[in-house]
Design a protein around this ligand. Structure first.
Ligand code: WT7
Length: 652
C-alpha cells in the first residue's frame, strides 16, 4: 500500500461544538436518520432531494443501475433540465445582484466581482458564440484556460446548449492536450493568450498551436486575451473570443435536456495506458455536487466560499463551479499561487474577501506549515468558520496545524475523500454532526454504501483494513469511460463482482470511521495530482536512450508521494548526469510539470518474474529505502538484480 500517513493517531477526537450542532444544516440525529433512509428507502430519499433542482420535467424514475453485466448507470432518466439554468437563471429572481464569482488575480491589486446578472449575460453571449461556431448538443468543446471567470462562463455556455466540455488543466503539455483533443473529438478549443501564476506567464495559446500541429482533429480556436501577450492568430481557424462575445446577443433561450445528457468529460490517470475520459452526465451529477457542497461545507446564505483547486481538476468542476453556483453561492476563484507575492497570500485573500469557508489540499498545508506560524498569525482570518481538505490523506500533524494555526481552534475541518470518478464527496464529516479525528475522512455521505474487502473480494466486518469498495450507486457516479465502455467495466467492476472498486485501501476503526491509506494500484498521488506510473514509463521509453523504465511512488515530505524512476539504458549508452537531467526535462515536456521525476536511478536491469512481469512491490520498497522485508524474491528470474539496485540506492 502506498502513501499511507506515517502516523495514524486513532485516540484523538474533536467533538462537534454545541453551536455547530445547533446552527448547522445537519446535526447527528439528522445525519443518522437521513443516512439510514438514503440506504433503506433510496428512491424516496433521492426523489425528495431531486426537488432541490429546477426541472423542466420532474423525474418519475429515480434509479436504474446495474453493477453486473451489462454495467449500466442511470439516474432520474425521464427527468429533463438545463444545468446552466440551475446554476444561473433560477437565481435571478432573488439574487441577481449578489456576487456569484469573486475573481482574485495573480496580482494582489487586481480582482473582479461578477454578479449572477452579469454571469447570466456572459454565459448567454458565449453560448450564442458557440452556436454561431456550429457547436450542437452532444458535441465536445475543449477548454484550456487559466483560472479566470471565462473558464466558468465556457463550462456553463456548453451546458446551456447541451454540448459537453473537456477541461484540460493549463499545466498540461501540448502533447497531453493533443491526446485529449483527439480522444474527445473536440470541435472547438477555448483558450487564452496566457495564464499568469506567481508573476510568470504560461503560454497557453502557443501550447494549443503546438498541440494542433499533431492532432487528427482540426478544431477551431476561440482565444481570450487575458495576459496581454502577443499571439499569432491563424486566419480562418482562430477567433478573438471577447470580440465575438461583444457582437453576440445577451439572451440565449435555454433548452431542456435529458438528465442523462453528457455534461463533461474529464481525463484522469489509471493503472494502465493513456488517461481515460471520465464521463459525467447532468441531473445526477448536479444534484450530487450541489447537495454535498451544501451539507459538507454547511453552505448558508452570506457565506463566502473559496476552493483553491484549479478548474482543470474535478474539485474545480464540482466545488468551484457546479456545486456552489447551483446553490446560489458566492464562489472565489484564485488565479495565483499560495507563495506569491508572499507566503501569506492565502490568508491575505481570506481577509480581503472575508472568506468564511476555505477548502484546500494537504500538500499546500504542508508547504505553508514549513514556513512557520508567523506568516499566518500576522493575518486576521476572523471571517473563517470552516476548513476543508481534499486530494490525498492528510497527516495528523498537518491537520493539527491547520486546525490550531489557520483555524485558531475555532473551525471544524472536513477531510473529504472522493475521486474524479465519484463526481462529488463520498466519505466526509458533516461539520454539525461528526466528531473529528485527525487523518480520518470519517463517515459516508448520504446514499454512499462503502465496504472493505480482502484480495478475494470477501467482505471484512468491524475493525479491519483492506480494499475500499462502494456497494451501490450514488447520483454523482461516472457513467462510462468516454468511447470505451469496456474499459469502464474492466477498471471499476471486474476486480470485485457487483461493486465499484475505488483503487484505494482503507481501514475502519471501532467507531466505523474510515481511514484512507492510499492507492492500492499503480496510480500515484503527487501533491494531490493523480498520475499513472504507466504514463510516465511510456514517456521515458519514448526517449531514444532508454530501453526500459519502471516508475513507482515513494514517500515525500511535502508532495505526499514523489516520482521515482528506474531507468535501463539502451546497449552502448553510458549513465551520465547530463542524461539524467535530459530525461527529467523530457518527461516534463511530454506530460507537463506535474509529472517531473524526483529521482532517476539507473538500473542495469529490472526485477522480473520468470514470466517477465516487473515486481513493483520490490521496486517500491527500494525506492522507500526499506531494504528489509522485501518479501519473496525467489520467484525472480535474476534475484541478483535486487542487490544491485539496493547498492545503487544506498549511494544517494
Ligand atoms: C484519489 C482521487 C477528489 C478530488 C481530488 C482528487 C486520493 C482524494 C482524499 C482524502 C485520502 C484522498 C485517493 C483517491 N484522495 N481525497 N481526503 N483522503 N485520499 O481526485 O485526482 O481523481 O484522485 O485521491 O487516493 O482515489 P483524483
Amino acid at each position: 500500500m502506498q502513501g499511507a500517513p506515517k502516523e495514524m493517531v486513532m485516540g484523538e477526537v474533536y467533538k462537534v461544538p454545541t453551536a455547530w450542532s445547533r446552527d448547522s444544516l445537519c446535526n447527528l440525529a439528522d445525519y443518522q436518520r437521513l443516512y439510514r433512509q438514503s440506504l433503506e428507502d433510496s428512491d424516496t430519499f433521492w426523489r425528495e432531494q431531486a426537488k432541490t433542482l429546477k426541472w423542466d420535467k420532474l423525474p418519475t424514475r429515480i434509479k436504474n443501475v446495474s453493477f453486473v453485466d451489462p454495467v449500466s448507470i442511470k439516474w432520474f432518466e425521464d427527468g429533463e433540465l438545463n444545468v446552466s439554468v440551475n446554476c444561473v437563471d433560477r437565481h435571478l429572481k432573488d439574487r441577481a445582484d449578489q456576487v456569484a464569482i469573486i475573481w482574485e488575480s495573480d496580482d494582489p491589486g487586481v480582482d473582479r466581482k461578477i454578479t449572477y446578472r452579469e454571469l447570466h449575460e456572459k454565459v448567454c453571449r458565449l453560448a450564442n458564440v458557440l452556436k454561431d461556431q456550429g457547436i450542437k448538443a452532444g458535441d465536445c468543446v475543449t477548454i484550456y484556460l487559466p483560472m479566470i471567470p471565462e473558464a466558468a462562463y465556457a463550462m456553463l455556455a456548453c451546458a446551456r446548449i447541451g454540448a459537453m466540455h473537456s477541461v484540460v488543466f493549463g499545466g498540461f503539455s501540448p502533447d497531453s492536450l493533443a491526446d485529449r483533443i483527439d480522444d474527445s473529438g473536440a470541435k472547438l478549443v477555448i483558450t487564452a493568450d496566457a495564464g499568469v501564476r506567481g508573476g510568470k506567464h504560461v503560454p497557453l495559446k502557443a501550447n494549443a498551436d503546438a498541440a494542433l500541429k499533431r492532432t487528427t482533429q482540426q478544431p477551431r480556436l476561440l482565444v481570450f486575451n487575458h495576459a496581454g501577450t502577443a499571439v499569432e492568430m491563424v486566419s480562418g481557424r482562430d477567433f478573438d473570443a471577447t470580440d465575438l462575445m461583444a457582437e453576440a446577443s445577451p439572451f440565449c433561450e435555454p433548452v431542456a435536456f435529458n438528465a442523462e445528457q453528457p455534461l463533461f468529460i474529464l481525463y484522469t490517470s489509471g493503472s494502465t495506458g493513456k488517461p481515460k475520459g471520465v464521463l459525467h452526465t447532468s441531473g445526477g451529477y448536479l444534484l450530487y455536487a450541489s447537495m454535498t457542497h451544501r451539507y459538507v461545507f454547511d453552505y448558508q446564505d452570506g457565506d463566502i466560499y473559496w476552493c483553491t483547486a484549479d478548474v482543470g481538476w474535478v474539485t474545480g468542476h464540482s466545488y468551484i463551479v457546479y456545486g456552489p453556483l447551483a446553490n446560489g453561492a458566492t464562489t472565489l476563484m484564485f488565479e495565483g499561487i499560495p507563495s506569491y507575492p508572499t507566503i501569506s497570500r492565502f490568508w491575505e485573500v481570506i481577509d480581503k474577501h472575508k472568506v468564511s469557508i476555505f477548502y484546500t489540499a494537504p500538500t499546500a498545508i504542508r508547504a505553508l506549515m514549513q514556513q512557520g506560524d508567523d506568516p499566518v498569525r500576522r493575518t486576521s482570518r476572523q471571517s473563517l468558520r470552516l476548513l476543508g481538505s481534499v486530494g490525498e490523506p492528510i497527516n495528523p500533524e498537518a491537520w493539527r496545524w491547520y486546525y490550531r494555526v489557520v483555524g485558531d481552534e475555532r473551525c471544524p475541518i472536513v477531510d473529504t475523500w472522493w475521486q474524479t470518478e465519484t463526481g462529488g464527496i463520498l466519505i466526509t464529516p458533516l461539520p454539525g454532526a461528526t466528531d473529528l479525528k485527525p487523518g480520518s475522512a470519517t463517515l459516508p455521505f448520504f446514499g454512499v454504501d462503502p465496504a472493505i474487502v480482502d484480495g478475494e473480494g470477501r467482505e471484512l466486518a468491524g475493525v479491519t483494513e483492506g480494499n475500499l469498495i462502494i456497494r451501490d450507486s450514488w447520483p454523482g457516479q461516472m457513467r462510462t469511460v468516454f468511447g470505451d465502455h469496456e474499459r469502464f467495466v474492466q477498471t471499476y467492476f471486474s476486480t470485485f463482482k457487483g461493486a465499484y472498486f475505488t483503487g484505494d485501501g482503507a481501514r475502519r476503526d471501532e467507531d466505523g470511521y474510515y481511514w484512507i491509506t492510499g492507492r492500492v494500484d499503480d496510480v500515484i498521488n503527487v501533491s494531490g495530482h493523480r498520475l499513472g506510473t504507466a504514463e510516465i514509463e511510456s514517456a521515458l521509453v519514448a526517449h531514444e536512450a532508454v530501453s526500459e523504465a519502471a516508475v513507482v511512488g515513494f514517500p515525500h515530505d511535502l508532495k505526499g508521494q514523489g516520482i521515482f524512476c528506474y531507468v535501463t539504458l539502451q546497449k552502448g549508452i553510458e549513465p551520465a548526469e547530463a542524461l539524467r537531467k535530459e530525461l527529467v526535462a523530457w518527461v516534463r515536456r511530454e506530460i507537463g510539470p506535474i509529472a517531473t521525476p524526483d529521482i532517476i536511478q539507473w538500473a542495469p536491469s529490472l526485477p522480473k518474474t520468470r514470466s517477465g512481469k516487473i515486481m513493483r512491490r520490490i521496486l517500491r520498497k527500494i525506492a522507500a529505502n526499506e531494504f528489509d522485508n522485501l518479501g519473496d524474491v525467489t520467484t525472480l528470474a535474476e534475484p541478483a538484480v535486487v542487490e544491485e539496485l539496493i547498492t545503487e540506492r544506498r549511494t544517494f
